[in-house]
Design a protein around this ligand. Sequence first.
Ligand code: SAM
Length: 278
Amino acid sequence: MLSYQHAYHAGNIADVHKHLALYGVIDHLLRKDSGVTYIDTHAGRGAYSVTAPEMARGLEYEDGVAPLMRMTPHHPLLSEWLLRLGQQQDNPQKLMFYPGSPWWLADRLRAQDRLELFELHPGEFTHLEHQTFLARAQCRQTDGLAGVVARLPSSTPRTMVIIDPSFELKQEYSDVAETVSRIQQMARHAIVLIWYPLLPAARHQELLDHISALGVRKVWRSELVRRDPGAQRGMYGSGLLIVNPPWQVPEQLDDALAEVAGCWGEQAGHTSSWWCPE
Ligand code: SAM
């Protein structure tokens, strides 16, 4: 039985990393008129309120998005993302509502685009299917990894997938790698964002090695560290792979994420490299 609930973690360092990257990728996709199918394999409940007991207990946003909302950003991608986030608050510098990945996807959905969401947890799914901003989305309470493969190839000319598991089961690292390989076989040009945690046990290495052993091509890797790995228990940073990253998105993210790390202080930093060549 699944126990993870993203409400305890909303707005944390991982959300900053993946939602900023998602925003940058969507920016690029919107430059062309042709339709996009967006598939979110692990959607969560869609949006989070700071007054919800889980978010008030976790308080992880205080270490993640909250300091960014009080800074003066310089990089255009970071400032546009923070502006859009600020527009959802009563006071743009004080977090009350944190949008999850389905919100960021739905926010810029055009008539020609499609949005498909998977969420397995019954409680989270109930929230998800009642979100009014998801009126045009298809929500399914089934396994997102099997689900995305079953939905490909999509009916639109372009496809973007976000895979953001909770990694409650060790098996998920290799399951995700195999799913990414299947996606590339079925939709060679699909853009795929895969999130993973940076933990002292370094389990993400299995995901990275498996992806490369399966021959997935054109994979860019970005790692955003919040604190020294030995400083305290638990997640010290956030990792992201982007398969088929759009032109100049890696460079934009390098600059924007360096600014994020600068705001977070001396222990924070961002590194990136090509994990698998073209
Ligand atoms: N992507 C969300 C966001 O950025 O706002 C957060 C997702 S959270 C990290 C992971 C979610 O995946 C949890 O809500 C969990 O219930 C759900 N989940 C776990 N295993 C799943 C599976 N096999 N298929 C679909 N959802 C799953």
